[in-house]
Design a protein around this ligand. Structure first.
Ligand SMILES: [Zn+2]
Length: 343
């Protein structure tokens, strides 16, 4: 079986992460019917992980009862971190699963279950999820950006996922946002958006700023937290502490939040100038902080893009939030059957 069955009532989704694996059975309309979660146990290697995944999929199907046969399942969507060869369906050792290299997951699952299987990187899959089930529903031009450990991105343009020449389009986190220099990014470049605005980058910038302002009036709330909750340990400061400080009115925290919004706004302005999207959906930190952060981003975007484009684009937090992984996996498969319906 190589083509998904668009008439089938159900689909399966697989989310492969560095710490956990999850499998879901969902209806075509996106109702998650059953979900199974297990640790990835990355140290046990890919053979053990894949075996567990197969077991989990069987369990997910069985959970629905004896009456569910494979004919009622349209296929399997798999979301995993890059690098990968999505077209050939091969995982190529993402940073959180370096030993999974190579793992021809599509071939393995198609052989085991006799169901059409598709693979996509998790940022692209997240963009598909927002397009089909989240803030991008009913739109044709959707940009999606995570704002967690890293900054992943995906583009749905003209009602389909835009992959680029060799599957690397949408890496908005690695756009340069300062004219030269800037902090070193995990990708090896300097001055990437991710090096300023990922969770760890925000925490690092906050620690650096605090170290330069010990006990001053610049950040009374944050210093109080560091003394009490963190027992004086500056190393434990996170992005969340920064936003708490800013909400409490710390001048230093507010300056750093404004700076974070500035870099994010510059990157989004460039994305808007290039792609003229209808909606930009931001996950993780942006979802947690909502308008307190996004209003600042929106102001930068308004100043940095043509009104023609900034007036029509909505910049919104992800309504799927932590459920995005489940929807992402099934959307990898469902994108094909929805393509016609949405155009
Ligand atoms: Zn980078």
């Amino acid at each position: 079986v190589t083509e998904p069955n668009p008439q089938a009532q159900y689909v399966l989704g697989v989310d492969i992460g560095g710490t956990k694996l999850s499998t879901v059975l969902a209806t075509r309309a996106g109702d998650i019917v059953h979900k199974v979660r297990r640790p990835t146990d990355a140290n046990l290697g890919p053979a053990s992980g894949v075996a567990r995944l197969i077991e989990m999929l069987h369990e997910t199907i069985r959970a629905h009862g004896e009456d569910l046969d494979h004919g009622q399942i349209g296929g399997i969507g798999v979301a995993c971190g890059s690098p990968m060869d999505a077209e050939r369906g091969v995982i190529l050792g993402p940073p959180n699963l370096p030993s999974w290299n190579p793992v021809p997951i599509v071939e393995i699952l198609e052989r085991e279950f006799g169901l059409a299987t598709r693979l996509e990187n998790d940022a692209n899959a997240g963009a598909l999820a927002e397009w089909l089930f989240g803030a991008g529903r009913g739109r044709r031009h959707v940009v999606y950006l995570t704002m967690g450990t890293g900054i992943g991105g995906g583009l749905v343009l003209d009602g389909r996922l835009y992959r680029g020449a060799n599957g690397n389009a949408g890496e908005i986190g690695h756009m340069r946002v300062v004219d030269r220099g800037g902090p070193l990014c995990g990708c090896g470049k300097h001055g990437c958006l991710e090096a300023f605005c990922s969770g760890p980058s925000i925490a690092r910038r906050t620690r650096k700023a605090l170290a330069g302002e010990p006990d001053s009036h610049a950040a009374p709330h944050m210093w109080a937290q560091i003394r009490e909750a963190l027992c004086g340990d500056l190393e434990q400061v996170t992005a969340e502490h920064l936003f708490d400080g800013a909400r409490a009115g710390d001048p230093l925290a507010l300056r750093l939040v404004d700076e974070t919004a500035h870099y994010m706004g510059i990157a989004l302005a460039n994305v808007i100038q290039a792609f003229n999207p209808e909606v930009i959906v931001l996950g993780t930190i942006a979802t947690a902080q909502g308008d307190f952060f996004l209003d600042r981003v929106r102001r930068v975007v308004r100043d940095e893009t043509w009104p023609l484009m900034s007036e029509i684009v909505e910049i919104v937090p992800s309504p799927l939030g932590s459920r995005v992984g489940d929807y992402a996996a099934i959307s990898v498969l469902l994108q094909e059957t929805y393509k016609e319906a949405s155009c």
